[in-house]
Design a protein around this ligand. Structure first.
Ligand code: PLP
Length: 460
């Protein structure tokens, strides 16, 4: 099946939750993916930060294939291979670079996605709050954060535009600006004795790669502890060597959270999430308080164990750090880029005003690069952690041409949008005239309003 047929089927039978690019990807190896026509692309978004070992890493592919041949799923009533091993490995990795005082077994709940890992963290924090006698269950999160699309994680996600249509959302979330310790202090004062957790992304990914300042996050952890609140690091995007040097970003920042949530890169593209807590919290949930049919299932465990083992034994932290520095330096030399932010291989780059990031993504696709924009003027790079200077050099060399082509694409897109708007306005005028002729004034008004609403909706 080719692109056109796949597109037709998806448009007809799938909910329209993603604006997909006109390309059908069918194969991948390392940093490269191939479309159905055989064209290859260098992947600088890596399944939105999930393909940590690149596409079809032989160790991960063969672990999944072998597991698929022996046992795919039995459910959480039974012990299985790789689950305990994976949890132990996660605990060992968590204990790297944390003060001796905190070094104890970390305990994990396995699930299937980042949102689920955060749901687990939210539930656990609220139960903890009840158990220690807090008067409420407020969770403080940061403006422009992103914690997922389920109702509770959407309530935690401080982006009104994303929340509005789905009100009422679960209660009990308070949002404060990033890197503003005073605002965090005020939030505690305004909710005395009722804050059970502070939840932050060490680097806000979906917002455009905005890091928490080291001093801010350090003080925020202290403030949470002083107020008997838990500190949750949402490391769904930043975790598993994404930020270089250490396995998790919190370790680069010199803090020790109480709860760490993981997903994306943890199983190199296999769907999987994890909520990891310090030992003291591990008895907060009792049997029946939380669960998942597929969480921690055989295939995910095989993929995660192999991914984590390969990453931890392969000195990836150092190479991610080195490549991240190199990439950042090279991006900063381009005159069209006004700012570069991030850590390791999680990088955001702001573009000069005359460029439009989504058009740069389209031009990149034409030139054979998978890129990503988090907004009208920001590109985000989350390449697989196996990325080398060779691939970075290829992209850097291609970017000036991609920027030029993006201007042409933007002009074409603007012209097409203007023409569409003109045609729609004409069509609307004709329809309104017909309605006015056929119906009385009141009914005609109602029909016209309904027509306008539906046109506006289909243009969103
Ligand atoms: C920081 C963060 N938390 C949570 C999520 C939600 O993860 P998922 O899409 O796997 O539910 C994301 C996804 O982008 C994320 O970046």
């Amino acid at each position: 099946m080719g692109l056109e047929e796949a597109k037709k089927l998806e448009e007809h039978y799938l909910m329209h939750t993603f604006a997909r690019k006109d390309v059908m990807l069918v194969e991948g190896s390392g940093m490269e993916v191939k479309d159905d026509t055989g064209k290859t692309y260098l992947d600088f978004i890596g399944g939105i930060g999930a393909d940590s070992l690149g596409h079809c890493h032989p160790a991960v592919s063969s672990a999944i294939a072998a597991q698929a041949e022996s046992l795919i799923h039995v459910g959480n009533y039974y012990y299985i291979e790789n689950r305990g091993e994976t949890a132990k490995l996660i605990s060992d990795l968590m204990n790297q670079c944390v003060p001796r005082f905190f070094r104890a077994p970390w305990k994990t709940f396995f699930c299937n996605s980042g949102a689920e890992a955060n749901e687990c963290a939210i539930k656990l924090a609220r139960l903890y709050g009840k158990k220690v006698g807090l008067t409420g269950n407020t969770i403080i999160t940061l403006d422009r954060s992103f914690h997922g699309r389920t109702l509770a994680t959407l309530a935690a996600t401080a982006q009104p535009a994303k929340q509005e249509a789905f009100q009422p959302l679960p209660d009990g979330f308070v949002h404060v600006p990033i890197n503003d310790l005073g605002a965090l202090q005020r939030a505690f004062l305004e909710n005395p004795g009722s804050v059970c957790a502070v939840m932050v992304e060490p680097i806000q990914g979906e917002a455009g790669v905005y890091p928490c300042d080291e001093e801010y996050i350090f003080e925020a952890v202290k403030l949470a502890r002083r107020n008997s609140a838990l500190f949750i690091c949402d490391e769904v995007q930043t975790g598993v060597y994404r930020c270089g040097e250490n396995p998790f970003c919190f370790q680069n920042l010199g803090i020790t959270p109480d709860i760490v949530t993981l997903a994306k890169g943890i199983a190199s593209g296999f769907p999987m999430g994890a909520c990891v807590v310090r030992e003291e919290l591990s008895d907060t949930f009792g049997p029946g308080d939380h669960g998942s049919t597929f969480g921690g299932s055989n295939l995910a465990m095989a993929a995660a164990y192999t991914t984590l083992l390969t990453l931890s034994k392969g000195h990836y932290g150092e190479s991610v750090q080195e490549m991240g520095d190199y990439f950042t330096e090279k991006l900063a030399t381009l005159p069209e880029i006004t700012e570069v932010r991030g850590m390791g291989l999680m990088i955001g780059a702001d573009l000069e005003e005359s460029l439009h990031a989504p058009s740069v993504v389209d031009a990149g696709l034409e030139a054979g690069f998978l890129l990503n924009a988090t907004g009208p003027s920001t590109l985000r790079f989350l390449p697989p952690l196996i990325c080398t200077e060779k691939e970075i050099n290829k992209l850097i060399a291609a970017l000036p041409g991609i920027f030029e082509q993006s201007r042409i694409l933007k002009e074409q897109a603007d012209a097409a949008a203007a023409q569409k708007a003109e045609e729609e306005a004409k069509q609307l005028e004709e329809t309104q005239e017909r309605i006015a002729q056929d119906y009385d004034e009141e009914t005609a008004k109602e029909f016209s309003k309904a027509l306008l609403d539906s046109m506006n909706k289909s243009n969103e």
